[in-house]
Design a protein around this ligand. Sequence first.
Ligand code: EPU
Length: 345
Amino acid sequence: MQILFNFPLKSLNSFGFDVKAKEFARIHHTQDLLEALEYASSHQMPFQVLGGGSNVLLKEDLPGLTIHLELLGKSIVHQSATHTFIDVAAGENWHEFVAWTLDNHCPGLENLALIPGTCGAAPIQNIGAYGAEVATWIDSVEVLDLHHLGDDQAWQTLSRQDCQFTYRHSIFKDQPKRFIVTQVRFAIPKAWQANLQYAELANFFLHQPTPSAEDIFKAVCQIRSNKLPNPQSLGNAGSFFHNPQVNQTTLIALKEKFPQLVAYPGDFVNGENLYKLAAGWMIDQCGFKGFRQGNVGVYEKQALVLVNHGNGTGQEMLALASLIKEKIHAVYGVDLTQEPILMPN
Ligand code: EPU
């Protein structure tokens, strides 16, 4: 395992913030991961794990050791009468993996095409789009449990239930310093059905009632490309905030005041149905779409996406995010929570 010093991270975070890792190690095998952790521990330095860098906000140079997970490999490991089981290593690119499943006649993940990032990050924030959440297809997740480093429970397999998936959330977000995801096992049902519940996707196929999984894959790529900026040309991390979830009473009160408010069914928590409010709509209504503050701003086509116009910094982005949060709280009385993980934290 090679340690690199003052390693530039500009190309390893989709916001394109120009920060450095004090020390940096690329991890190609799980053995390297143990070595890297041992190195950090013996030098008494903090460490952080970086995946695809598409859902992180790097607010300054990263101290200690930055562990870049580059574990690769994907294969079909088992076929049951009803499901195909696929293992994919954490460092594999998510979109390429989705394309690979289709090439290998395992449709199901097509609504999640073109989401940036790695397969290891997918369960962490339970990535979702166009009426689908990745948790639906996750069988289990291989992790290194840092609470058990050095004992025989260090490597664990967490079942889907163990992962406690909800909207953009999981045990990995609840306990951010505990688990390192190294591999994900997917269980893809052999019976496939098109999922066109998201209105935009349904509209796309208005005149084509029986699209194939490949058709949906292409449609999702097209819809995303039209609405979301390509991080290669305009730094961003997709949606910057979660769509806040409220109970029915709050929803009704808000709808009375704001009849146009966009809301969707959300999680079922503690015996109660929650409703997701479209944060993009609220931010847009507050006049932020296309707003610019210094080197950062709100994307002109989707107000939930904050962008780096070039030379922006994480600090500037946090200041813009605070401004938006305050406004939304003042107008709608709801609190927005940030989606990208803050580093260092
Ligand atoms: N809207 C506006 N103005 C805007 C943005 C949105 O009025 O500037 C309205 C839209 O017209 C629509 C509603 O708000 O009625 C929702 O917008 P959209 O369909 O674009 O979806 P979203 O809720 O903003 C979520 C996910 C996206 C995912 C899309 C499609 C979250 C936080 N974001 O966005 O995920 O691609 O749905 O399923 O749940 C991501 O997490 O990075 C991400 C891009």
